[in-house]
Design a protein around this ligand. Structure first.
Ligand SMILES: C[S@@+](CC[C@H](N)C(=O)[O-])C[C@H]1O[C@@H](n2cnc3c(N)ncnc32)[C@H](O)[C@@H]1O
Ligand code: SF4
Length: 435
């Protein structure tokens, strides 16, 4: 009982501290001249490509996207390929690629050309793509055999009332239509993952359990349950489409999810696989360093976050002129950087202290002494034989922290969205960018 209270407080405190730290420490520098990040040849980076197009805009989603237009999309994919060639010419190489959106399969032919080129340019062994339930038709998916290794399909929920409220029922289909589409698509590519969201306002426990059983019965290779993330960009849209509930079921629902997936392998704190797989659901997870191509893509390298031009015309004109697409960067202080690495690595399940220290030239137990002590006192982590693992409570705590981190990244997106023009040379804290 006493420990429950302490742990509740710890969740509130951790979430407040993460928000505060992102607000205060994430300073965005709008670059006043072109900046090209050179590769560090000793490091292995993942390639992230952003496809910013959707046929419909869902109220909870803050990812960078535009309404689909074939002509614009074709020109965009061409620029994306040109940007990849520029990276190759700089000496970059990658062994894995994550294509995120938006809706990455929105123009299958263009995506095919892009993935084929990526494999030709780099030593890419694994490709993951995100898509919606309208682009998983077996004939189309089959064209990607041998190219896409993992596809994650946004389902969000199998509850028709929720689907109607988030305007996906008419666009992507009712529960029955979704089940039919998914059952035909699963198995075509090596790994199919379903993305669902939990803790929608007024979602019931029975509704959640029903979502879990339908997802499990479809037998995809992976299932991810994201907690509903509400950022400044989306909170009003979520409130007007789904309502405002005074009750927050996040912790209770997460516990149900963990119990229902106890026989699955945890890829990380919110993603589960039928079998152990090294194809992760997050590019921020185990891939600490990644280079992003495309409009609005982020890169995280050497403790800095780089931001590509959001505006399609600006992005296109930079690429056509062989200029770098990077328009801004945010520097993480050494301690912030260590916290980020610690968060993302432990979110995946375990940290081997020696390996972590060697890989990051750090002294984890010294640099994060206070944080580790707090985590131990609240029984969030277990340190044994030089390894740090998350307890049952720790897994939930890290879900909350990761959620806050994602919301923090939304604050960065909010600074650039809607074609906002920011003066070059400006330095601003993310909060100022929102004003
Ligand atoms: C970038 S979206 C692409 C999905 C695809 N376009 C679709 O709609 O099916 C990837 C996934 O992020 C998750 N997601 C997006 N916004 C979210 C939010 N506010 N809270 C939790 N999960 C979210 C959804 O599960 C979504 O399927
Ligand atoms: S959830 Fe998917 S379809 Fe909906 S707006 Fe986000 S990226 Fe687009």
């Amino acid at each position: 009982m006493f420990m429950d209270k302490i742990q509740n407080l710890a969740v509130k405190y951790a979430s407040f501290t993460m928000q505060k730290s992102l607000r205060q420490n994430l300073q965005i520098d709008i670059l006043h001249k072109d900046f090209t990040k050179q590769p560090n040849l000793d490091k292995s980076y993942m390639l992230y490509a952003h496809i910013p197009f959707c046929h419909t805009f869902c109220p909870y989603c803050s990812f960078h996207k535009y309404a689909y237009n074939e002509e614009k999309a074709k020109a965009y994919f061409e620029n994306l390929r040109a940007e990849m060639i520029d990276k190759k010419n700089l000496g970059y190489n990658f062994t894995s690629m994550y294509v995120g959106g938006g809706t990455t399969l929105i123009n299958e032919n263009e995506l095919l050309k892009t993935l084929e080129l990526a494999k030709k340019l780099f030593d890419i062994k694994e490709i993951s793509c995100e898509t919606d339930p309208n682009h998983i038709n077996p004939n189309e998916l089959s064209k990607f055999k041998g190219l896409i290794d993992r596809i994650s399909v946004g389902v969000q929920s199998f509850d028709d009332e929720i689907l109607k409220k988030v305007a996906r029922y008419d666009k992507f289909g009712s529960k029955d239509v979704l089940i039919d589409k998914l059952s035909k698509a699963i198995g075509i590519l090596p790994v199919t993952s379903l993305d669902l969201i939990f803790n929608f306002p007024f979602q019931t426990k029975d509704g959640l359990i029903n979502d879990i059983s339908i997802a499990k019965a479809l037998s995809p290779d992976q299932i991810t349950f994201y907690p509903l993330m509400k950022s400044n960009i989306t909170k009003d849209k979520i409130a007007s489409s789904l309502g405002i509930s005074q009750k927050d079921n996040e912790a209770q629902f997460y516990e149900i999810i963990r119990a229902e997936f106890k026989d699955y392998h945890s890829n990380n704190s919110w993603s589960f696989s039928k079998t152990k797989s090294n194809l992760q659901d997050e590019y921020v997870g185990s891939n600490h360093e990644y280079l992003g191509v495309g409009s609005g893509a982020f890169s995280f390298m050497d403790g800095e976050l780089y931001v590509n031009a959001f505006d399609l015309d600006e992005y296109g004109s930079r690429i056509i002129n062989h200029r770098s697409a990077t328009i801004a960067k945010c520097k993480f202080e050494q301690k912030q950087r260590l916290k980020y690495l610690f968060l993302t690595e432990l979110f995946d399940g375990q940290i081997c202290i020696n390996e972590f220290n060697q890989k990051n030239q750090a002294n984890l137990t010294q640099s994060l002494f206070l944080e580790l002590t707090m985590l131990k006192l609240t029984k969030a982590i277990i340190i044994k034989d030089g390894k740090i693992t998350l307890s049952k409570f720790g897994r939930y705590l890290f879900v909350v922290l990761m959620k806050e981190f994602y919301i923090g990244m939304d604050m960065v997106r909010a600074v650039f969205r809607d074609g906002k023009k920011l003066k070059s040379g400006t330095k601003l804290k993310v909060m100022e960018g929102l004003e």
